[in-house]
Design a protein around this ligand. Structure first.
Ligand code: IVH
Length: 678
């Protein structure tokens, strides 16, 4: 028989392998559901055996306890930088310059041309195949320990080799260099969400990567769509590291590290120059930000023997792309209405070609930023486009002003519905506060049906706008009252499309209350917060009845969210909307465990929190037992908790219960409570 310990080890290896297939090779061999099953089996086993949890378990990728500060880390060798070249001429000059350090200045060299990723350098240490430390570059000698944050990145192997079939031997010690970054599509989605939730919006993917990796709370990092590519070995012992850079990239791949497949082998310097031109052409078609191409002499011992100039090795050079910035005229500012009513300024520009794309619009982020940068109507502005990111305005060119430029005033009214605009003290955003604003409705419907929310099949982006326009959807709940014949009468709605739409809508009624809550689009209530709230209250109705103080007691819910939630639920219009959803048959209650009702109801009205390791029951079993007798189990201790069921190794929850005067039970007392009272 396999022991839990063996099974846990097996599951970890399997999960790590599937993470690698998915995130590194981009070719999964099992379905998401199969993956989830493995993950949940591991999670359950670890909950039963908390003493077997290790920091490198895949379950720990969700983040660990927040830190007070980052520790300093001494790198085993300097983390070098690169000198720059900007064109083929500079490249040939570099080849010329290094001639005098070579055994023969004219000797034939070959090269590797790699994408120059614009992210954040990370230094990853592996001891006996385990990921033990991850650091930032810092000043090249000393960096910061961001291990906890890096553990949350699914593309970083926790153990090497990742593929159990790999023949490669595990080096006792290995330090790898890579670049962590946000894929461009993910960056855009991420920023849009941040904006909607009124959280920090990042200027570009590089800042987003740097900001995400410098979080003291790794749970925040875990929610960011970071990935990385590796390209160098900094130090090693007992490893068969090949001499050629081209083979080193392959060696890294064999160990299971993600390595860009966009690198090229070039046997002459002319081919390097051609590779640069090719890259420059393609740079906007790649899903990560590149600011150039790195040229490395393939023969690494030879390259290393050339020495450095300052911190720049002679054996490699960065061929940078020209910045994708142009100046143009700011012709007007258009106000866009978002889902939460945010009025966002957008620039209308005199069309300008930047990096092969004609740019007519750019984001101005918010009115505080317009004021801070002193951007005026009619200004000549610098527009930057980075990859596929929405172009933005860097700032005005003040010197060429002729005095006709006008200060941009924040809107006083919603441009669509005409209601007065509102500014919440302490927030940068300006809102349209009219919940019936037609534009907000379209955005809310878009969000409600989207994948991260109710995930309604057959309900495309334009459908919501069309339905709102013709008046079939006047509030969110109307989408569940659509009539087949009315739909068929609309332009472009054929039988099949209508069937798909109605089927998708009907199926979505089974979505969990947590998804439903997310889809309502309450400010600050994204999927994570919605999950917490439903776990705590069990139903939308119980949540609706909760006070602000009660909400604030929940771990992970701040005062801003608590206010936002209570304000939303006290609004009569929202109450009416909820009733309409209820009539339509949406789920308001989280599913109860199956054995509910088989026990007594002696624990009815009592709220329990479980912590530590119990002698006989797993946490899930204890929860089921309590619920079977009518009690409720929540995740965090508050003054509404009646009992803390504590086992061995109880931690912060025990301390909190003691400080709040919450009664503390052990497993035996719980059993007595249930038995004596039946
Ligand atoms: S090699 C001696 N390769 O660019 C080796 N660097 O401008 C020096 N970078 O600090 C680095 N992609 O953060 C190398 N394929 C790549 C790279 C790369 C991005 C970054 C790296 C470095 C900076 C130098």
């Amino acid at each position: 028989m396999t022991t839990p310990q063996e099974r846990i080890a097996q599951l970890r290896d399997e999960i790590n392998f599937h993470l690698y297939r998915y995130h590194v090779l981009d070719s999964p061999v099992i379905t998401d559901a199969e993956y989830d099953a493995l993950y949940h089996e591991l999670l359950a086993l670890e909950q039963e055996h908390p003493e077997l949890v290790t920091p490198d378990s895949p379950t720990q990728r969700a983040g660990a306890e927040p830190l007070d500060a980052f520790q300093k880390v001494q790198h085993p060798a300097p983390i070098l930088s690169l000198s720059n070249a900007f064109n083929a001429e500079d490249l040939y000059a570099w080849r010329q310059r290094i001639g005098r350090f070579l055994p023969d200045p004219e000797m034939k060299l070959d090269y590797v041309a790699e994408p120059k990723l614009d992210g954040l350098t990370v230094v990853l240490t592996y001891e006996n195949g385990r990921f033990t430390q991850g650091a930032t570059r810092g000043n090249g000698e000393v960096g910061e320990d961001i291990t906890q944050n890096l553990r949350t990145i699914p593309a970083i192997p926790q153990r090497i080799p990742v593929d159990p079939q790999s023949k490669v031997t595990v080096p006792p010690y290995l330090v790898v260099r890579g670049e962590a970054f946000f894929p461009l599509d993910k960056f855009e989605q991420f920023n849009a969400r941040q904006l909607a939730e009124e959280k920090q919006v990042y200027m570009n993917p590089r800042n987003a990567a740097a900001g995400s990796l410098r979080q003291l709370d790794s749970k925040i990092t875990a929610e960011r769509p970071l990935t990385l590519y590796c390209y160098d070995l900094i130090a090693w012992r007992g490893a068969d590291v090949p001499d050629k850079q081209w083979d080193r990239l392959d060696y890294l791949r064999q160990l299971g590290f993600p390595v860009s497949s966009d690198s090229q082998y070039c046997d002459t310097i002319e081919k390097v120059a051609a590779a640069y031109d090719g890259w420059f052409e393609r740079r906007n078609q790649i899903n990560y930000e590149v600011d150039g191409m790195v040229v490395k002499i393939n023969d690494r011992p030879l390259a290393d023997s050339l020495g450095f100039v300052g911190k720049d090795p002679r054996g490699a050079v960065a061929m940078k792309f020209p910045a994708q910035e142009k100046t143009t005229k700011l012709l007007g500012v258009q106000v866009n209405v978002g889902r939460t009513g945010i009025l966002a300024p957008n620039a209308n520009l005199e069309p300008v070609e930047i990096g092969g794309v004609t740019v007519r619009n750019a984001t101005l982020h918010n009115y505080d930023e317009i004021a801070r940068k002193d951007i005026r109507l009619g200004d000549t502005v610098i527009v930057k486009r980075a990859g596929d990111v929405i172009p933005y305005i860097v700032g005005p060119v003040v010197d060429v002003r002729d005095g006709s430029e006008q200060v941009i005033e924040p809107p006083t009214h919603c441009p669509v519905c005409g209601e007065p605009a509102l500014r919440v003290p302490g927030e940068v955003a300006i809102y349209c506060d009219n919940p019936s604003c037609p534009e907000q409705l379209v955005r809310r419907v878009e969000y409600f049906v989207s994948r991260g929310a109710m995930d309604i099949d057959g309900f495309g982006g334009k459908t919501g706008a069309q339905l709102a326009e013709v008046g079939l959807v006047k509030d969110l709940a109307d989408i569940y009252y659509l009539d087949r014949d009315e739909l068929l009468a609309l332009e472009g709605f054929k039988d099949k499309k209508v069937d798909n739409l109605l089927e998708g809508l009907a199926a979505s009624k089974q979505q969990s209350p947590a998804r439903f809550l997310t889809a309502l689009g309450i400010r600050f209530v994204g999927s994570v917060v919605a999950g917490l709230l439903i776990d705590e209250f069990g139903s939308i109705d119980a949540l609706a009845a909760a006070s602000q103080e009660r909400l604030e007691e929940i771990e992970g819910i701040g005062p801003g969210t608590a206010v936002s939630v209570t304000t939303w639920f006290t609004d009569e219009r929202h109450r009416a909307l909820l009733e309409k959803f209820r009539q339509a048959g949406l789920k308001f209650e989280a599913e109860r465990p199956e054995n509910e009702g088989i026990g007594s109801q002696v624990l009815e009205g009592l709220t329990f929190v479980i912590t530590g390791t119990l002698p006989n029951l797993s946490r899930d079993e204890a929860k089921a037992l309590i619920e079977a007798h009518g009690g409720k189990v929540t995740g965090s201790v508050s003054k509404n908790t009646n009992y803390l069921l504590a086992g061995e190794k109880a931690g912060s929850k025990l301390a909190k219960a003691e400080s709040l005067g919450v009664a503390i039970l052990d497993e035996a007392s719980l059993q007595t409570m249930i038995q004596t009272q039946i």
